[in-house]
Design a binder for this molecule. Structure first.
Ligand code: SF4
Ligand code: FES
Length: 283
């Protein structure tokens, strides 16, 4: 994963005033970035030298600066995903120096700043590495497997119409807090990328828990856990072997205890499925 082509491209600033505009606080980095033209082609690490990066720049802004310089030279920019750039959408899936999201506790890649690196550092940038997340191009991966897990049970059957009065359906404080903790999952997939088994159990457990804790989620509680876990297995994600790398890299610090809850609910629902037949939808 860390082989290089042996050539280094120097991308010096095309803005001579950059250093002055940022009070002289700029940095230089040696970047080793995964380039892959399409899902079928073999990828490789490519070396880039970049200077005049403001210390205030986020990691994604540093990549933007690099891409502007590549485009100015008539080269193909590095494809990478981002949307909200404030830790909400979960699209900024980069493995930085071998750690999904770069290792800053409770942060997505978009919340990581260049000032956390040292001037002159060598930084490795790769896409998520997991078979169910194939690389589309460069650093962009296909996370449709997560969408299919959600489609299998990450919903409630609710009547459409105006929203009911908030206090009409009492929810115990502990259940409401746990549901909100689980709902913080942004579906980024870092948990899968960090796990040696490519397990999606933290993601799936969070998506099950945030509905199963609440009264509105009770009607499909059993079929939800059966269908989502079976879809997760069908997508090729591995099982949890209690390494907790998932929680360690999770930008929302989702607790691995949700996995234990999912396992308990799955065991009970499987028993009911055998004895009464719940009619779960996944083969
Ligand atoms: S559990 Fe955490 S790491 Fe996994 S998808 Fe959700 S937010 Fe991302
Ligand atoms: S770009 Fe949305 S979470 Fe990073």
């Amino acid at each position: 994963m860390t082989s290089t082509n042996g050539h280094s491209q120097t991308l010096e600033t095309d803005q001579p005033g950059a250093a002055q505009r940022h009070g002289g606080k700029v940095m230089r980095f040696h970047l080793k970035i995964w380039r892959q033209a399409n899902p079928q082609s073999a990828g490789r690490m490519v070396d880039y030298e970049i200077d005049n990066v403001p210390t205030a720049a986020s990691f994604l802004e540093m990549l933007d600066i690099l891409n502007e310089r590549l485009v100015a030279r008539g080269e193909d920019p590095i494809e990478h995903d981002s949307d909200c750039r404030e830790g909400i959408c979960g699209t900024c899936s980069l493995t930085i120096n071998g750690i999904p999201h770069g290792g800053q506790r409770g942060s997505a890649t978009c919340q990581l700043h260049m000032r956390t690196f040292r001037d002159g550092d060598t930084i490795y940038v790769e896409p998520w590495r997991a078979r169910p997340f194939p690389v589309i191009k460069d650093l962009v991966i296909d996370r449709a497997a997560f969408d299919r897990i959600i489609q299998a049970g990450g919903f409630i059957t609710a009547r459409t119409g105006s929203a009911p009065e908030a206090n009409a359906l009492p929810v115990p404080k502990v259940a409401a807090d746990l549901a909100m903790d689980a709902a913080a999952c942004i579906g980024c997939g870092a948990c899968v990328a960090a796990c040696k088994n490519s397990s999606a159990m933290l993601f799936t457990a969070a998506k099950i828990a945030h509905l199963n804790y609440l009264p509105q989620g009770q009607a499909e509680k059993d079929t939800r856990v059966l269908n989502m876990v079976r879809q997760m297995d069908k997508e090729g994600f591995g099982g949890c072997t209690n390494q907790y790398e998932c929680s360690a890299v999770c930008p929302k610090e989702i607790d691995a205890a949700f996995i234990a809850k999912m396992n308990r609910e799955y065991a009970l629902a499987s028993l009911k499925d055998i004895t009464t037949g719940l009619g779960s939808a996944v083969d």
